[in-house]
Every structure is written in C-alpha cells, then in structure tokens.
Design a protein around this ligand. Structure first.
Ligand SMILES: *[C@@H]1O[C@H](CO)[C@@H](O)[C@H](O)[C@H]1NC(C)=O
Ligand SMILES: *[C@@H]1O[C@H](CO)[C@@H](O)[C@H](O)[C@H]1NC(C)=O
Ligand SMILES: *[C@@H]1O[C@H](CO)[C@@H](O)[C@H](O)[C@H]1NC(C)=O
Length: 450
C-alpha cells in the first residue's frame, strides 16, 4: 500500500466533481442533430439549437437541397407525373450550383454561430448526394463527396476524402464516459430500391465491423440518413412508399446481427429523411431495446408544405396510420407521437446519475419538447436472454412484431380509408351532377311548354 492508491482515488473524485463542467475537456453531455434543411428558406430553428448548447451537432442528410425539383404537372409540355410523364421530377444541378447552395447554407447566420463553439459532423442523404432517392448508380457522387466534405471543413489531406463514401466515426469524451458516433453512408454504395441488395457495400461493411468490434464505449450512436427501425412503407402502400432500412430486410438483419455479435452495449440509432420527427423502439433485434430517434426536418417538415387548415388532417392521418415501433409516451405533444413541424433531435446524457440516464427528445422551433423518452443506460445492455428467445413469440407484441405481420385490415387501413373516401366523394359528385342535369332538363322542358 503506497500513496499511489489514495492519489488515484482523489483524482477520480476531482474528475467526478467537475463532471458536467467545461473543465473536463471533451465530456459530451448534449448532442443535437437534424436533417432536411432548405438553404434558401428561413432557418429560425438554429436559435433553439443554440439555446440547447450542444457540444456536438450531427447533420443527418439533406443538409442542402442540391437537386432541381420540377413542379407537379399532369399536363403541358413538361409532364412530371402520371403514366404519360415525359420528364423526371428531379434532376441534378451543375457543380457550380451545388457549390453556391452549400455556400448559402454555410453562411446562414444561425448555423455560423453554432459552428463557433460546437463540433459539427455529418453524413448525407439523397438531395445533398445530388439526386432524389439516388443510390450507387449516380455518377456525380464522386465530385459531390468533395463538396460535402468542404462544407464540413474536412481537411484536404483527410483519408475521408480518398475513400468511396462519406462514412466516418468519432469518439468523444474521457475514458469511462465515452460516446462513439458512427456515421453511415446509405447512398454511395446502395443498390436499387426494391432489390433487397446492399445498403452499405462491402468496404463500408468491413469498416463498420471493425468499428463495432473496436474498443468499448459507454454509448454508441449510429447515424443513418434513413430510418432503421420504422418501416413506414409497409403501412402506407400502395398510396406511397418511403426509403428505409426496412426496404432492405437482409441488410437490416445483418446490421442487427453485427451489433449482437459485437456485444456492444448502449447502441442507439439516429435518423432523418421523412420530414417529421418520431422516436421508435424495437425490442427484438439485438437482445436489448434499440431506439431510433428520427428528426426531420430542420426546415422541411410535412405541415410546412400544406396550408394550416389541413394540419389537423395530417395529425389525424399520422395517428391513424398503424405502427408497431413508435415509442408512445405522455411526453408527446400530439396523440400520434409524431411531430410534423420543423424540429431537431436532442440527446442529453446525465453522466452523474446512477445508473446513467439519457434524455431523448424531438424539439420544436422554440426548443420545447414534442416527443420524448427517458432511457436508463443500464437498460441498453445485453442480457442473458438471446433475441432468438423472443423471435418465436406468438401473436402481436408492440416494439417487436414487424409492420408486415399486421393483419391486412389494419396494415392497409390508411389506403382503405383514402380509397373509401374517394369512392364516397365520387358517388356524391355523380349524384349531385345527376340531380343538376335532371333539374336542367325539367327547366328546359317547362320553358318549351310555356
Ligand atoms: C426552398 O425554399 C425556397 C424559398 O422559400 C423555395 O422557393 C424552394 O422551393 C424550397 N425548396 C424546396 C426543395 O423545398
Ligand atoms: C418493410 O416493408 C416492405 C414493403 O411492404 C417489405 O417489403 C419489407 O419486407 C419490410 N421490411 C421489414 C424488415 O419488415
Ligand atoms: C423525462 O425526464 C424529465 C426530467 O428528467 C421529465 O421532466 C420528463 O417528464 C420525463 N419524460 C418522460 C416521457 O418520462
């Protein structure tokens, strides 16, 4: 026994005491993230993000809208929808135009202020990759990767500029209180949408395996531009479909298997893309609950795109659309537990609580919470129960049953509602038209008789 041991104890006490203060270099207690930001639109949300004062801000894609969107046109010279459409709705813009748009985004006053004190990192999604819903076939990806990395101030000699794709990992914080952030590239190597092919490509998979099997960290946040847990397409088809890991079931299973095999605790996902915010939870993937916190968008949100009298309809439809993964709680603003106004994601880590607590939120433009869950870090750890034990569960289990296993009358109820409404409207219109015609006929007959 020497003086050595008390000295260590004393030092760790000091470290614990200054815990959440700035003096402990690099400790991360607040992480913000967001996606879908229109560089040409006002971006008042930065004020709320600045108020949250995150140490790290993560871009999850559509960091700019780089492509050109043509208006919906059923008729005329440039028809963008319908079976007779003759031009694509989205086209890539020139490299010069991409640069201009990035410059505009970067010079936004709110974002510029954030960059002064906050570590900003990120990945991309389709519109900053260069084209709506694009994947590995998109040839402009090589040039656009450099523009995206310029936007993030990636050093000229960074290996990230030489690899194929923008995936990257970061570790923050002192030993014992570390947060690892793994950012995936779900675009550069992605096979066509309905192929059930690859999402990440071989090189990125090999890299991800190495990252996951590397040194343990208390928390590991995996950033994916598209949703990992929720499979919206399964319940909105045939009306519309969206991109998600769910559309690539084999790759999704591989991702869960990798987390399981890596025995990493404290893994959670963050995502963007869908133009609304929600928190999803899946209990049957890896042996402990997986969360996917979706924040979308910083400017581009569903309710921004429609007049306010219809906002109620959006909320009703969000509530009516079945889901099996969404984390419902009294902390949600609306009954659907989705939030379709501009929003950002906020994760708070309470390192000094025992066990460590995570406060997870989707926040609105005023910084108020619109959806929230509180998670104990100790709940995000491998238990003895293997996930195989839950796989054979009979019947429906929330946070476990996949959307595709819902009875069809529930799974397709949104489509059934919309089509029924259309049929009823058509019948009413036809009846009214019939009445009008018979009235007219009667009038003209009467006139003739007179
Ligand atoms: C971005 O905002 C501008 C200005 O409000 C608007 O004209 C443009 O259509 C928006 N772009 C997208 C992709 O919504
Ligand atoms: C997600 O939904 C799509 C479309 O219905 C389906 O093809 C796919 O298998 C689903 N994925 C999962 C993981 O359930
Ligand atoms: C989460 O915790 C915070 C305080 O730590 C509390 O105010 C909030 O109500 C909790 N939310 C939920 C949904 O439990």
């Amino acid at each position: 026994m020497s003086l050595w041991r008390p000295a260590v104890v004393f030092l760790s006490l000091v470290v614990a005491l200054v815990g959440e203060g700035k003096s402990e270099e690099g400790l991360v207690t607040r992480i913000a993230f967001g996606s879908c930001s229109n560089q040409s639109a006002p971006q008042p949300i930065w004020d709320a993000i600045l108020d949250f004062d995150p140490q790290v801000f993560i871009w999850l894609g559509d960091n700019i809208y780089g492509d050109i969107r043509r208006p919906f046109r059923l008729f005329g010279k440039e028809r963008t929808i319908g079976p007779w459409k003759n031009v694509p709705r989205f086209v890539p813009s020139s490299q010069q135009e991409m640069e201009n748009r990035y410059r505009l985004a970067k010079s936004n006053p709110g974002y510029s202020r954030l960059r002064e004190n906050t570590k900003v990192i990120g990945t991309w999604d389709d519109h900053d990759f260069g084209l709506n819903d694009a994947g590995k076939e998109f040839s402009r990806k090589v040039a656009n990767q450099q523009l995206m990395l310029d936007f993030l101030d990636e050093p000229i000699d960074s290996p990230r500029r030489k690899q194929e794709g923008v995936y990257m990992s970061y570790t923050f914080g002192p030993f014992g209180r570390q947060v690892k952030v793994i950012l995936l590239d779900t675009r550069y190597h992605r096979d066509p949408l309905s192929s059930d092919g690859s999402m990440l490509g071989a090189a990125q998979w090999a890299w991800l395996e190495k990252e996951m099997k590397g040194p343990a960290t208390e928390i590991t946040i995996i950033g994916s531009s598209i949703q990992v847990l929720s499979n919206l397409s399964a319940v909105t088809s045939p009306l519309f479909s969206s991109e998600s890991w769910g559309r690539f079931p084999t790759e999704r299973e591989r991702l869960f298997m990798l987390i399981r095999k890596s025995k990493r605790n404290g893994v959670l996902f963050i995502s963007g893309d869908v133009h609304f915010g929600e928190i999803s939870r899946y209990d049957c993937g890896i042996g402990y609950p997986l969360y996917d916190i979706t924040s979308s968008g910083l400017t581009q949100a569903v309710e921004k795109a429609i007049p306010w009298p219809l906002h109620f309809a959006v909320r009703f439809l969000a509530w009516f659309t079945p889901n099996t993964m969404r984390a419902m709680s009294h902390g949600c603003r609306y009954r659907s537990c989705t939030y379709s106004q501009p929003n950002f994601g906020a994760i708070q880590i309470h390192w000094n609580e025992n066990p460590v607590k995570l406060g997870i939120e989707v926040r609105d433009i005023n910084g108020h919470s619109a959806a929230t869950v509180n998670v104990s870090l100790s709940d995000l750890s491998m238990r003895s129960a293997a996930p195989e034990d839950t796989a054979h569960l009979e019947g429906y289990h929330r946070h476990c049953s996949l959307e595709v296993t819902l009875p069809w009358i529930i799974r397709y109820r949104l489509a059934i509602l919309v089509f029924s409404a259309l049929i009823v409207c058509s019948i009413v219109l036809l009846t009214l038209a019939g009445l009008a015609i018979s009235l007219c006929l009667r009038c003209t007959r009467k006139n003739k008789l007179e």
